[in-house]
Write a protein that binds this ligand. Structure first.
Ligand code: 13P
Length: 250
């Protein structure tokens, strides 16, 4: 972790959370004061964004969304635009999560369009990439990540508009994690690709690791070179666990 990059720990609540879960957010906000070295973000389901943004306003906890439509408005029943998320109080949006790529058949081109929409609406885009188990076992993890990165990141991406999240699909929700050597290899490779495409300023773009991050493994995972924070799923639903993960940056 370079001194030039402030770590980000973001909680992806996925399709979990009712209004009563504001108490978890309140507990995260209460604990955030002691964690000034790290940026904290909660990405609740869209139904909670406006309310959570209201609670979190003026605190160090940012509110993000989990997906957006590429268009600003129009006849797209059930979809939500980046502008709407911004209007509701979000400051970031996850795009290209493997669950969207798998269950909604999103392609790299779709993800790129969503990242562009985020930029248009002044939202930070957290762009997810990561290989499946079969791809890792077949030795093509680097190639898969290279192709997802090239296809999903828009031209002109900067450290202010994009964060990359490496989330190996087989590590999500399974309790499995890659070895620290494997994470170092992929994160170093992502850093190189960013630099060769966008130039040396890409040294400041943050690369998060995601996939079964929890309090018991966070210290080890977050100490790997070029890991600038975490995208946390299950453990982010509990304030104490989420704060314990972020606490490795204390
Ligand atoms: P888990 O932390 O539950 O494995 O989920 C990771 C994830 O998908 C975050 O986006």
């Amino acid at each position: 972790m370079s001194a030039r990059r402030r770590p980000l720990v973001a909680g992806n609540w996925k399709m979990n959370g009712l209004r009563a879960c504001a108490r978890e957010l309140a507990a995260i906000i209460a604990g955030a004061g002691e964690l000034s070295a790290v940026e904290l973000m909660v990405c609740p389901p869209a139904t909670l964004i406006a309310e959570f943004a209201g609670f979190a306003g003026g605190t160090p906890v940012a509110i993000g969304a989990q997906d957006c439509h590429p268009e600003p408005a129009g006849a797209f029943t059930g979809d939500i635009s980046a502008e709407m998320l911004r209007d509701a109080g979000a400051t970031a949006v996850i795009v290209g999560h493997s669950e969207r790529r798998t269950f909604h058949k999103e392609t790299d081109a779709d993800v790129r369009a969503k990242a562009l929409a985020a930029r248009r609406a002044s939202l930070l885009a957290i762009v997810c990439v990561g290989e499946t188990r079969a791809e890792r076992e077949g030795g093509s993890a680097l190639e898969v990540v290279r192709s997802q990165l090239d296809g999903s990141l828009p031209d002109g991406s900067t450290a202010d508009t994009v964060v990359v999240a490496y989330e190996p699909v087989w590590a999500i929700g399974t309790g499995l994690t890659p070895t620290t050597n494997d994470i170092a290899e992929i994160h170093g490779f992502i850093r190189q690709r960013l630099a060769s495409r966008f130039g040396s300023t890409m040294g400041t773009m943050r690369i998060l690791y995601g996939g079964s991050v929890k309090p018991s493994n966070a210290k080890e995972l977050m100490s790997v070179a070029d890991v600038d924070g975490a995208l946390v799923g299950g453990a982010s639903l509990n304030a104490q666990e989420f704060l314990a993960v972020a606490g490795v940056y204390r």
